[in-house]
Design a protein around this ligand. Structure first.
Ligand SMILES: *Cc1c(COP(=O)(O)O)cnc(C)c1O
Length: 345
């Protein structure tokens, strides 16, 4: 099976498994795990932050950040298709008691003017106690639902400046910040510099089995550790999985360019196929979102699955294919044949 459902399905490589098997471990809840600490220090260094905390999932990482930046009743601004809002099980409401205000982006990218317009104006006729206080702006780079699209550094800076002017804190959902860094040549720390907190995933394109990290100032991370425990994220001998993440961070970042090339090859390969619509400009990293007009996306993905290519529908006529380190160049060619066969009458 050529599995293009997500980059999360990638499995640890043999070298990564050796690093994991040999990892020194301790009890992470007691801050005793040397491998977890090494990973946290390495991530803080890459992101140019004072500290970082290793957590089980990207969802937990984001939700700890949102909780740490807000109080119940506060509001958070994010893009309409943001992962923190659309696919994290309504945890903003359930875990933090916060509401979300949406900004409709273009391929996931919104503007500083949209941020300014979304923050309630401090007009003397408007009682301060009425609108939910907007405390945080959350931005996603690369943007998953938009198809792995990249926020350019200049656009990040513009939006961040406006958010600061309105007194907002800033959180970056950088699950795939690694991809943005590779494709733009801008170091992760340059993006991270605009944010109070940054979440990164090890279990996506980097190919590690488990985990994410949340970085920020020492004070912020100390507060985040409290919510990590509260949300049930204290995981004892986590060094075994942290070793996989550390290996991935040090060995699998540059190779992400190969996944971007595979995505481009795949997108260009389906671009002129009757029954398929793809916006080539939206394919910037390792994710290809495309439209299927020949048949329902659900039927299309079932046909492809029967022919050995696994993808998930992202809507009634939308499909997502994600490239990762378990997919070879030959697999891409095979997948192209299968996709073309599935839409041919
Ligand atoms: C995958 C993902 C997450 C969450 O990661 P999990 O480990 O699956 O919880 C957060 N944000 C974005 C943009 C993602 O793609």
């Amino acid at each position: 099976m050529i599995d293009l459902r997500s980059d999360t399905i990638s499995r640890p490589t043999p070298a990564m498994r050796i690093a994991m098997a040999e990892a020194e471990v301790g009890d992470d809840v007691y801050s005793d795990d040397p491998t977890v600490k090494a990973l946290e220090a390495r991530v803080a260094e890459i992101l140019g932050k004072e500290d970082a905390v290793y957590v089980p999932t990207g969802t937990m990482s984001n939700q700890i950040a949102l909780r740490a930046h807000t109080e119940p009743g506060d509001a958070v601004l994010c893009e309409a298709g943001a992962h923190v809002y659309s696919v994290e099980g309504a945890s903003t409401a359930a875990l933090s008691g916060i509401t979300v205000r949406h900004l409709q982006g273009e391929r996931g990218i919104f503007t500083a003017a949209q941020v300014a317009a979304a923050v309630y104006p401090r007009h003397p006729f408007m009682p301060k106690s009425v609108p939910p206080p907007v405390k945080l702006l959350c931005l996603e780079n690369t943007h998953n639902l938009a198809g792995g699209t990249v926020w350019p550094l200049a656009a990040v800076a513009e939006v961040a400046t406006t958010a600061r002017e309105h007194g907002l804190a800033l959180h970056l959902d950088g699950a795939r910040l690694w991809h943005a860094a590779v494709v733009t040549g801008v170091p992760e720390s340059d993006f991270a510099a605009h944010f109070d907190s940054v979440s990164v995933c090890f279990s996506k394109g980097l190919g590690a089995p488990v985990g994410s990290a949340l970085a920020g100032t020492s004070d912020f991370v100390a507060r985040a550790r409290r919510f990590k425990q509260m949300f049930g994220g204290g995981f004892r001998q986590a060094g075994i999985i942290a070793a996989g993440a550390l290996y991935a961070v040090d060995n699998h970042r540059e190779r992400l360019a190969e996944d971007h090339t595979k995505a481009r090859t795949f997108a260009e390969g389906i671009a002129n196929t009757a029954g398929i619509e793809v916006d080539l400009e939206s394919v910037e990293t390792n994710i290809v979102r495309f439209g299927v007009t020949a048949l329902a996306a659900a039927d299309f993905t079932e046909r492809c699955h029967a022919a050995g290519v696994h993808m998930v529908p992202g809507g009634p006529d939308q499909v997502r294919a994600v490239m990762h380190l378990d997919i070879s160049t030959d697999d891409v060619e095979t997948a192209l044949d299968v996709v073309r066969g599935a839409v041919s009458p």
